[in-house]
Design a protein around this ligand. Structure first.
Ligand SMILES: Cc1ncc(COP(=O)(O)O)c(C=O)c1O
Length: 465
């Protein structure tokens, strides 16, 4: 198809606040699974997944069908927080498939539709529960850019020009190096009447810092933070907006770590389809909101409830998806362990299917990512200096496509580092009729996984008809 839209329209009419489109500048028209198509017919492998909002890939066929059916039946679209059948269905599935099997007991608050709305609600509720105002947030944490959440976000560029109060910054695990115990440091500050920190309403953290450079916290450190929060009368808020919904291998990023957060925020992939939706999980004893005390027009996107239910039923009915993610994560680690040998001083970061490689400088990461994009793969950087090349492929990415994407990363690193292929680097994907190396022109368009087929065949799901 010839380009009909002139991309200068965006420069002319859209605010300079635009971001991702500066690096990835084609005009995108369609997408399926882990493939995006631009207006000129070029295909790209997507290792960005709308920054974690598309864990199940683009346009999952079962979610599309359910949503189309809902719309063609004149199903409710905007409904404030009125009772609706899709909301009831979502609540039932979330309780049966996510909370109950994990022995968790939370009430669900639907907030405004983006992650930052959920963070605002969680911070406000913790303040109401405890009667305190201070929130402890961590170095390199990212929690959104509305004013309350931005106060908890560390990034200087995002914080510029705003004025904050009510948040105290603490060092994340290993921020001060491997030998400095940051949990003990925080405990000491909070225990000391002259430590200079107001008693906190909450401690807010990510178990893997997605935007902050894929820093991971250990189960041991997280457990100690959970216990010191309790001891100091603060609620523990886990921001699972990016690391949740399967990204680290389990539905929640903190599973089997031996603690339960008081509040959990989810957004991004909770709708399954990239539709705006956010929620706070609240331990029942802390659900002290008065009716509509924390409100918003778009609390509960009914279209998102429809697709979110399909996502839960399709991917979280058993542990097969979790196992699939673990296998793919191991492949990513394995391939990165070869790639890092090509870049002196580089190292692997992250966990599950949110892994990447710190290459030491934003300049080098940028150079590599630009070449990667030229070769047909969409991938971003993260970290305080944008020095981490961050793989955030849809969790549903088929193995052969994952390998093709990792091949492209390796190929670009070799070119940028001006290296010939060393013996122990995994050879590029062999070109075959099924998996051509020339991905820019010849990617398989429709990828139907077994789960798609099984879901359609085995589940007598009323929304599918
Ligand atoms: C961990 C985390 N929390 C909160 C947010 C904010 O979400 P949103 O951009 O939807 O407001 C993000 C966004 O990247 C995030 O990664």
């Amino acid at each position: 198809m010839k380009t009909l839209i002139d991309s200068s329209i965006f420069k002319k009419y859209e605010s300079k606040a635009r971001g991702y489109c500066r690096r990835f500048n084609p005009i995108f028209t369609s997408a399926i699974g882990s493939i995006m198509n631009d207006i000129d017919g070029k295909k790209y492998i997507d290792f960005l997944a709308a920054c974690g909002a598309l864990n199940y890939g683009h346009n999952d066929c079962d979610m599309s069908r359910a949503l189309l059916k809902h719309i063609s039946n004149n199903g409710i679209s905007a409904g404030l927080d009125l009772f609706s059948a899709p909301k009831a269905d979502f609540l039932e599935s979330f309780h049966r498939l996510i909370l109950k099997p994990r022995g968790l007991n939370y009430r669900i608050q639907f907030t405004g539709p983006t992650g930052t709305n959920a963070i605002e609600a969680a911070m406000k509720l913790a303040r109401k529960v405890t009667g305190r105002t201070n929130i402890i947030a961590f170095t390199n944490g990212f929690h959104g850019v509305s004013l309350g959440a931005l106060a908890a976000t560390g990034n200087k560029y995002n914080r510029m020009g705003a004025c904050f109060s009510g948040v105290t910054r603490a060092p994340y695990e290993h921020y001060m190096g491997p030998d400095f115990d940051t949990a003990e440091y925080l405990d000491k500050l909070l225990s000391d009447p002259s430590g200079g920190i107001e008693a906190p309403a909450a401690i807010l953290l990510e178990t893997v810092q997605g935007e902050g450079g894929l820093n991971t916290a250990s189960a041991g450190w997280l457990k100690r933070i959970a216990s010191l929060a309790k001891r100091h009368g603060a609620l523990l808020i886990v921001d699972d907006i990016q690391a949740g919904c399967g990204r680290t291998g389990s539905f929640f990023s903190f599973e089997k770590m031996g603690f339960e957060p008081d509040l959990i925020t989810l957004s991004k992939s909770i709708s399954g389809y990239g539709l705006p939706m956010a929620l706070v999980l609240i331990k029942p004893e802390y659900d002290i909101w008065e009716p509509a005390e924390h409100n918003g027009t778009f609390r509960g996107n009914t279209h998102a409830f429809v697709t979110a239910k399909v996502a839960l039923e399709k991917f979280w009915g058993d542990d097969s998806f979790s196992k699939e993610i673990t296998t793919k994560a191991a492949l990513i680690t394995e391939r990165l362990s070869h790639i890092k040998k090509l870049i002196p001083g580089s190292y692997i970061k992250g966990r599950g299917m949110m892994q990447g490689i710190s290459v030491g400088s934003g300049e080098l990461a940028d150079k590599i990512c630009r070449l990667i994009f030229k070769k047909g793969l969409i991938i971003e950087t993260s970290g305080p200096h944008d020095e981490v090349i961050k793989i955030l492929a849809p969790l549903t990415t088929p193995m052969d496509l994952l390998v093709q994407g990792l091949d492209i990363i390796q190929e670009a690193v070799i070119e940028v580092m001006n290296k010939s292929v060393p013996v122990d680097v995994v050879p590029f994907h062999k070109e075959t009729a099924d998996t051509p190396k020339s991905i820019a022109t010849n990617l398989p368009f429709t990828i139907i996984t077994n789960r798609n087929k099984n879901y359609a065949e085995n589940l007598n799901h009323d929304v599918l008809g």
